[in-house]
Write a protein of this length. Sequence first.
Length: 157
Amino acid sequence: MKILTKQVLDSWNIQIKSAQKLTDQLDDNQLELEIAPNKNTGKYLPGHLIAVSNGMLPLLGLGEKHYPELEIPFVRTPDKNGQDGPDIPTLRQNWKGINQKLSDQFMLLNTSDWLARHTTDTEGAFLKEPHRNKINVVMSRTSHLAYHPGQLAMLRK
């Protein structure tokens, strides 16, 4: 099982590096643009990824959210709704911060920790569906993470 956990975390790290590289290639002006007419801005996507990753901390039992202020503008409401959130330089810093925090916390977990239930699942539900564990959360978030860099790539000139 240790090899499978490593593979999942390697996949996560590849997607993080890919999204980080792409975000670093885009300047602040490019991130202010819409991906396509009437679609999300480039700024919204990193904010969204930070907020989703931030939510993994309590979900995996790794602590409280570091950037709870990002939940409303980047998860609970759509882009361009008047909830601007922090500026792009702050989002860039937060992106690196949450990824480092998750990486540090992931390294502390052993195989049995990864196979344990996440915090929103009840013990009874987990007994019926033991695949609803912490490593499964990382797998689903990895898939989510892989989706958004394709949108950001549309902003490159």
